[in-house]
Design a protein around this ligand. Sequence first.
Ligand code: GLN
Length: 549
Amino acid sequence: MTAYVFITGGVVSSLGKGITSACLGAILEARGLRISMIKLDPYINVDPGTMSPFQHGEVFVTHDGTETDLDLGHYERFVRTAKGGRHSNFTTGRIYETVIRKERRGGYLGATVQVIPHITDEIKRCVEMGAGDADICLVEIGGTVGDIESLPFLEAIRQMGIELGHDRVVYVHLTLVPYISTAKEIKTKPTQHSVKELRSIGIQPDILVCRSEQPLPMEQRKKIALFTNVQQKAVISAYDADDLYKIPGMMHEQGLDEIVARQLGLDLQAADLSEWEAIVEAKQNPTSEVDIAMVGKYMELKDSYMSLVEALQHGGIHTRTRVNIHFIESQSIERNGTECLSGMDGIVVPGGFGDRGIEGKIETVRFARENGVPYLGICLGMQLAVIEAARNLAGLTGAMSTEFRRDTPHPVVALITEWQTGTGKVEQRDEGSHLGGTMRLGAQSVSLAKGSLAASTYGATTIEERHRHRYEVNNNYRAQLEKAGLRFSGTSVDDLVEMVEIPGHPWFLASQFHPEFTSNPRDGHPLFNGFITAARHHHKGVLPKVREA
Ligand code: GLN
């Protein structure tokens, strides 16, 4: 029978509730449990697929092609048994949508449909569905206690506590314990208030995880325990860590997993955190370092590229390399040229939508290709590599994706419906956005050409990777582009381009899929290991610089 750990947040947002939940999952998994993880999001959007990365950070894509909250990325990176999917992320919008559909079908037999019990019942049904057959299901509730939107979720988890009993439900509350420098004092009042708020809706937390800059002194832990009716040992100090991967160890040291296990009456094997310790050790003792330029559009909000940044770091962990990522706004390259890229050991153009900064990214690809700098293109970064090669290697002036220029003379990247008609004409399209339509989503199998850089990097000729895009390389141009020097080294089962490379270049590899979604710190990922290794060689000047211009 699955037990539940509910994680709520208080005081302020952005305390790292997702990471905390993921780390708790990691230490419980390290004690031999099977974990599932769910995120409940109070906003009204049915899923985060249409939300701006500016506001909401990255959209994480699961194996089954669900567009989810970025916290699901943390879960998959920290917990091996937690495989996210369509039953792992529920928003208010999705809950209401289901209830309203059922009401329209007459499913409530004339009853007045209300938040309690109909919405809360649906929330509970979703949580039980998402829990699967795990030993423990961790459920993170988005937002902070006191938000109007999160009330139905909190009410639903309160009910579960009563229905399942105290030995099957644990409530964890994450709060902030600020240090006021002018008074030189640590303040516990916001935590007290936050717990009071939680108790007023009927939830007494069992564990408090207190975020603070410095480790929380015993005196404050005592005080918090007293005022919140929580056992003193269950007041955990989650102080700022210089390395994300130290957090599982930090939490285990304070007995967080044991407190959960005791309450649930579980007698567990000792925690094996050796893999996490190895990661911390590898990060602390790099044998080299590399400077990687990431040229994109949302550079002021690093959360938009969360998984990619993480995956590059995983490449660093597995090659013992310190990876310094330099975020560069592609529009600044349009204004000031590629000067800022010289000195970089590797260049990444990540996925993206919309045409802002496109020419700057194409110039970036050109710089990497002409100067023999290791290049990793992801999704849009691959499409732009094809466009760059079309323009500058195949002489197809004005080559472009129809996403950005509908009347391009050479639609080397276009919607399948556009290039399959052979006319290059757009038949039907919703303007300017990636809403609706046929987004290719989720894991699909990719064949890699024998003898290619792609195949040697993966050490395999069949792989599976996740997708999130609508536009495809136009197969009508493949022969011409291949002749000009581009190799299509990865293809899908329906013969769509999945990977491109440039033979003769030290390391130039781009994918239509998103490898960052399947990378995790413990296992790493071949593509990122390969890229960082190439960047290391470049750093040492081992690779020949080819100039093809
Ligand atoms: N905008 C491109 C497409 O829709 C690329 C998407 C992406 O990079 N994720 O095909």
